[in-house]
Design a protein around this ligand. Structure first.
Ligand SMILES: Cc1cc2nc3c(=O)[nH]c(=O)nc-3n(C[C@H](O)[C@H](O)[C@H](O)COP(=O)(O)OP(=O)(O)OC[C@H]3O[C@@H](n4cnc5c(N)ncnc54)[C@H](O)[C@@H]3O)c2cc1C
Length: 456
């Protein structure tokens, strides 16, 4: 039996155990399908607590889970019986507008990052929802609206202050530890706990041209066929994500479509406002839209515009792949799946990649699959825990139909899918290099509550 009062006496933050009144709240992660019961949760109050927590777990042979934003779909920010190093209270953001760099603590979410950076008209590639944690997101790669213009979040990661498996605090940058930085740009939480992360920033907004063009489902087949030809070859300053979803009872969805499956072709333009109309015209005229709500909007408003549909606590199951493209049969499967959504909360997202991503050399970082055309994410989401099989079955059926077009998978969208899928996320060459680095930095696989790269 581990005596956590010893950990408490060495920590500034609170140690929460099953007999604490706030245990049930503290152990929840974003995905309500994940219900783990850690032996203790350390709400870190500073870097010293991170070091203390790592050493305590190691000394006591405890499993350690590291939680930042808590959004991982597989629930990798928590564990049963072990110690959760909960970083959510570490929310410092420092923006240097002169060098255009940001240094953030690991509990920062993208909403907080964007608010601070946008005060100076700056941003880096962040999530399409503002509640996601910067740390887990970036260490796994990081796809968002700026990816075609500025690369993935991990491409903008300049340096990391890292607590290693033996509890040492090290600075990782391109000069001191280039190989380790290579691994942290996409290799997830396998190599240590990031106590802070430093990013490159870019001039963005504060207004961008963005919004959805919404079509009823009976046009989705033709529109998706056109979209898949147009979206991946747009100029780098433009990005589009097509979403098959049930129209919520909210503007800009027109009232006659509320509760109906629709195709929403979302877009963002980062270039000069007076060029938006001509560049986005091909994306806005794919069919006969029910609504075209594309126009100037604050970047921070776009970044948080979907949050209300993705609050924590619901049941969630995802299946994802990078796709080489879409063909007629794939489009037919997508539209058919949308016609048979098992839950109005589910959606199917197709993000068109390309842009500068393809120009960054594949060996720049562990994050891979840079030449994929489309990132598919089938997001099943429902309220009633008893109905799991129906929703999961729906997602798996669609994923199976599309999987023949897969060129790999994005590690941050993986559920608990086994070692073979982790290998697919990196490809054999990168995976081998990651295993070598894991042997050097974490030979005992102390950090294994993640999409694991075992050292053996
Ligand atoms: C609503 C929602 C929207 C999303 N949108 C996007 C999107 O637009 N683009 C995209 O690319 N992904 C997106 N994701 C996926 C997201 O990138 C992953 O879920 C990511 O793991 C979340 O990071 P987190 O810090 O919130 O999660 P956590 O669950 O806290 O952590 C995830 C993993 O990272 C590790 N980790 C976290 N912090 C650290 C740290 N400081 N040091 C070392 N390891 C750490 C954890 O141990 C765990 O293995 C979204 C997820 C959700 C639920």
């Amino acid at each position: 039996m581990v005596d956590f009062s010893v950990l408490q006496s060495h920590s500034r933050g609170q140690v929460i155990t099953p007999d604490s009144g706030d245990y049930d709240d503290a152990r929840q992660v974003w995905n309500g399908s994940i219900q783990r019961r850690p032996a203790a949760i350390l709400r870190c109050a500073g870097t010293a607590d991170i070091i203390t927590g790592v050493r305590f777990a190691s000394d006591h042979g405890l499993t350690l889970a590291v939680r930042a934003g808590g959004h991982n779909i597989a629930g990798l920010g928590t564990c049963d019986d072990g110690l959760v190093l909960d970083l959510r209270d570490l929310r410092g953001v420092q923006i240097d507008p002169t060098s255009k760099h940001a240094r953030v603590h690991p509990g920062v979410t993208w909403g907080l990052f964007d608010d601070e950076a946008q005060a100076f008209g700056l941003a880096t590639t962040g999530g399409i929802m503002s509640t996601t944690g910067v740390a887990g997101f970036t260490l796994g790669g990081g796809m968002g609206w700026l990816i075609r213009r500025h690369g993935a979040a991990s491409d903008n990661l300049r340096s990391v202050r890292l607590v290693t498996a033996d509890g040492e605090f090290i600075a990782v940058d391109g000069e001191s530890e280039p190989e380790l930085l290579w691994a942290l740009r996409g290799g997830g939480g396998n190599f240590g706990v990031a106590a802070s992360l430093e990013f490159d920033l870019h001039d963005v907004g504060p207004e961008v041209i963005a919004g959805p063009v919404i079509y009823p489902l009976d046009q989705a087949r033709d529109v998706l066929a056109e979209w898949s030809a147009v979206a991946p070859s747009l100029p780098d300053d433009a990005m589009s994500i097509a979403v098959l979803r049930t129209a919520p009872p909210d503007p800009p969805f027109p009232e006659h479509l509320w509760g109906q499956p629709v195709l929403s072709v979302n877009m963002m333009w980062l270039g000069a406002a007076d060029e938006a109309a001509s560049v986005l015209a091909p994306l806005r005229s794919l069919g006969r839209p029910a609504v075209d709500a594309v126009g100037p909007k604050p970047y921070v408003a776009v970044q948080s515009s979907q949050d209300r549909y993705w609050e924590p606590g619901a049941q969630n199951y995802w299946k994802a792949d990078y796709l080489t493209g879409l063909d007629d049969a794939a489009i037919a499967s997508l539209v058919d799946a949308a016609a048979h959504f098992t839950s109005p909360l589910s959606d199917i997202k197709l993000a068109a990649l390309g842009g500068v991503l393809t120009g960054i050399p594949e060996d720049f970082s562990a994050y891979g699959n840079r030449d994929a055309e489309i990132l598919l994410n089938i997001n099943t989401r429902w309220g009633d825990a008893d109905a799991d099989d129906r929703h999961i079955g729906w997602a798996r059926e669609l994923w199976t139909a599309l999987h023949r077009l897969a060129s790999g998978v994005y590690v941050n969208f993986l559920g608990e899918e086994g070692a073979g899928r982790v290998l697919q996320a990196y490809g054999e060459e990168k995976y081998k290099r990651l295993v070598e680095l894991k042997r050097r930095w974490d030979p005992d696989n102390f950090f294994h509550v993640n999409q694991n790269i075992p050292p053996a």
